[in-house]
Design a protein around this ligand. Structure first.
Ligand code: PLP
Length: 235
């Protein structure tokens, strides 16, 4: 499996989607979702120019990150439990999955202890799927200012996971809704929110057309995920 070829093809598809709507391809970050992938796979993606990686489990990231080249940048994209916030603050340059004020307050507390500032995204469950984490839009709008006021957190934007569909065009309204929510949050904040993290292997071109600035790509970059992470430990 040729990760470099996958990266080249993904960059071309991102550029084509950008051209359809008059966007600059440089405005879209390609994140490699490396959950369950080996450090060797991360190294191959780094060599192909991908610098930003997404992990969804703190334990797995804690084992894997020290085995990868130091130039990789890591973001948390999975559901975060309060008791993992201390590790998350130490490991990640951004946490994309903040979905409650309580979680934000715990991250803020851990940042204070570590004398750090943490960029975050707020995760939104746009379609209201029971199986997914994230703010429902009304809760996002009511808690947004309180989260943004926490001194050690910097809200950079919003993130969503669209419902799975074999027909990506059908989730266009989900991506459009996230973009519109971003505008509402910018008005609450009185400042720009530059990041819209949306789009995965099956739907990233539609997400880019709707304004994604960061696409999270796992299988289309690394191939099928192994059943079990190489660095996984029994817990
Ligand atoms: C696994 C995962 C992805 C990547 O999914 P693919 O379909 O393999 O591209 C993106 N975002 C999140 C939050 C994930 O958990």
């Amino acid at each position: 499996m040729d990760i470099a070829a996958h990266v080249a093809s993904l960059r071309a598809r991102i550029a084509t989607a950008c051209n359809r709507v008059g966007r600059d391809p440089a405005s879209v970050t390609l994140m490699g979702v490396s959950k369950k992938q080996s450090p060797e796979a991360v190294r191959a993606a780094l060599d192909a120019g991908v610098t930003c990686f997404g992990e969804n489990r703190v334990q797995e990231a804690k084992a894997k990150i020290p085995l990868c080249p130091g130039r990789a940048r890591w973001q948390m994209i999975g559901h975060l439990q309060s008791n993992k916030c201390r590790d998350a603050v130490a490991l990640f340059s951004m946490v994309q999955c903040v979905d409650s004020l309580v979680l934000a307050q715990e991250l803020n507390r851990q940042c204070e202890k570590a004398a750090k500032t943490l960029p975050i995204l707020l995760e939104v469950n746009v379609a209201g799927e029971a199986s997914k984490f994230g703010y429902r839009p009304p809760a996002l709008l009511s808690e947004f200012k309180a989260v943004a006021a926490l001194p050690r957190l910097e809200v950079h934007g919003l993130m969503t996971i669209a419902p799975y569909t074999p027909t990506p065009e059908r989730v266009r309204p989900v991506f459009r809704c996230l973009r519109e929510l971003r505008t509402e949050c910018e008005q609450l904040l009185g400042a720009p929110l530059p990041v819209l993290s949306m789009g995965m292997s099956g739907d990233f071109e539609v997400a880019v057309e709707e304004g994604a600035t960061l696409v999270r790509i796992g299988t289309a970059l690394f191939g099928e995920r192994p059943k079990k992470a190489e660095t996984e430990t029994e817990t």
